[in-house]
Write a protein that binds this ligand. Structure first.
Ligand code: CS2
Length: 494
């Protein structure tokens, strides 16, 4: 094997010509964005847009300071430290074209568990104009059903007890805003980039709630000096595997401990509500809008819901990836019927063409043979995803006396999924915070099928909705007697 180069600032210029390296001097960059949660998704999405803006337009004022807060982030922290914040974005197109681009927009890096006070101080730094977040659904500590902030969540109560060594975003933000107020500094924009409904509004409500309880005198300052734009974020980013690390070495001579693989497609829509002047990310494809709802519903109910469906159905059949499942015509016909007949009527977007072309492109994106998106990634934490991605469609359809037949099948399939065994008798793990309840109720639902949808914290009062229940019971009995594939075939023709 030819020599590969360890990825760091010093070795950048040694990389072969077909690797795109930053065209800018990273030492000249000012960090005005502090990002919490340096996940694969953050790196393929926001860090990429920021890089593009600096690379193409030399906007040196918008660098990123990455911050991780979780024990489980220790590895990415140490990798990025070793690699001077650099990583490879390994883009793979449907037709096999591969590109390696070194992203240079993360120029500083902090780790909360190592030094919480340093993080608080950095967040209070007046040069930081935007604090952005990818902390996943569970980072928001929301109550089930109501979606309100859970002030009694154990992590939150810990932060209330130990305000100077916080663990949650709320604890950190509160301390840093206290400092900003005390020092008479300006506030900043909090930019949530997670797949949750009205992500900015949810973050705002949660923070207000936390602050009213812990530092009530700070609330007015926060209200006057911060803003919380809602955003829609989209780019399929699978878990990096060792084969990707190896191919980068062999094909591009890059020795990167943790590159990010992603599709070519990317979308970012942001509400135009910034405390400081808004970044000119529109120059590199970001869309600013005054009405985020149509974009958000389209993304969550079409893409994320489709993923969840392919994840559950595909796993039951024994498939391992989104790609494999999306090549199976029975599964795709089922999905198409669900999207057309049950999801599309809930999307009140007046731009019908946008929805149709998004749906068409979705199938194309799922059928990218080079994106090895594992179904187990998609199925993780389904108990948090289904209420966000599928239940709004069901509730909307039921409220309008409309069809929920495919949706009922999906929920029945999820009950069966929680048995933890596929149609070839191969077991798989249920990776979910609620796995105990899911597995137990799925088992009980063999005798009493309603048991599963009686989990109130997930389904609320769905088990009392007759139209839904009739289809659900029919689907579950079909699925208990047949493989998922033949159940789908029967469901598709009926
Ligand atoms: C996926 C998302 O986790 C999931 O369930 O649907 O991670 C999805 O890949 C991204 O939202 C794509 O933008």
């Amino acid at each position: 094997m030819a020599k590969s180069y360890y990825l760091n600032a010093e070795n950048l210029t040694l990389l072969p010509k077909d690797v795109a390296i930053p065209s800018y001097d990273r030492n000249q960059i000012n960090t005005s964005i502090l990002h919490i949660g340096v996940s694969n998704f953050h790196r393929s999405h926001q860090a990429y847009y920021v890089h593009e803006l600096i690379d193409k337009y030399k906007e040196l004022n918008y660098g990123i300071c990455g911050v991780d807060l979780l024990e489980s982030d220790r590895k990415i922290y140490s990798v990025l430290k070793d690699q001077d914040g650099l990583f490879t974005l390994y883009t793979k197109e449907n037709n096999g074209a591969h590109k390696a681009k070194i992203i240079g927009s993360i120029v500083e890096y902090f780790y909360g568990p190592e030094n919480p006070l340093a993080v608080i101080e950095k967040m209070a730094n007046p040069n930081i104009e935007i604090i952005s977040l990818t902390i996943a659904e569970d980072g928001y500590h929301l109550k089930e059903i109501t979606g309100e902030f859970d002030i009694n969540h154990p992590a939150v109560t810990e932060d209330i007890k130990n305000p100077f060594s916080p663990k949650t975003v709320f604890g950190y933000l509160t301390q840093s805003f206290k400092l900003r107020k005390l020092r008479n500094l300006p506030g900043c924009t909090i930019l949530s980039c997670d797949n949750i409904k009205s992500n900015g509004d949810t973050m705002r409500q949660s923070l207000y709630n936390y602050v009213s309880k812990t530092e009530p005198d700070l609330l007015d300052w926060i209200k006057a000096n911060t803003s919380f734009p809602n955003t829609m974020v989209d780019r399929i980013t699978p878990i990096t595997n060792s084969a990707d690390i190896q191919t980068l070495k062999e094909d591009f001579f890059i020795d990167d401990q943790w590159p990010v693989v992603c599709e070519a497609f990317s979308q970012w829509v942001i509400e135009d509500k910034f405390i400081h002047s808004r970044p000119v990310w529109d120059k590199v494809g970001v869309q600013y809008t005054d009405n985020i709802t149509p974009f958000e519903n389209m993304k969550l109910r079409l893409l994320n819901a489709s993923h969840t469906i392919l994840g559950i159905l595909g796993t039951l059949h024994g498939y391992k990836t989104v790609y494999e499942t999306s090549k199976d015509e029975d599964f795709m016909l089922f999905l198409k019927k669900f999207l057309d007949n049950e999801v599309t009527p809930t999307l009140t977007d007046s731009d019908k063409e946008r929805i149709e072309s998004y749906k068409k492109n979705l199938i194309f994106r799922f059928r990218n043979p080079h994106i090895n998106d594992q179904l187990f990634r998609i199925c993780q934490e389904s108990s948090a995803k289904i209420p966000l991605f599928v239940l709004p469609t069901i509730n909307h359809q039921l409220a309008n006396d409309k069809n929920v037949k495919s949706a009922a099948f999906i929920i029945a399939a999820w009950a069966k999924y929680n048995d933890g065994v596929d149609d070839n008798d191969h077991p798989y793990d249920i990776i979910d915070t609620k796995s105990g309840t899911l597995i137990r109720t799925a088992a009980l639902s063999i005798q009493n099928p309603l048991k599963f949808i009686e989990i109130k914290s997930i389904f609320d009062d769905l088990s009392t909705k007759e139209d839904f229940v009739t289809h659900y019971l029919e689907a579950l009995s079909l699925l208990r007697e047949n493989t998922v594939k033949s159940s789908i075939q029967m469901w598709n023709v009926s």
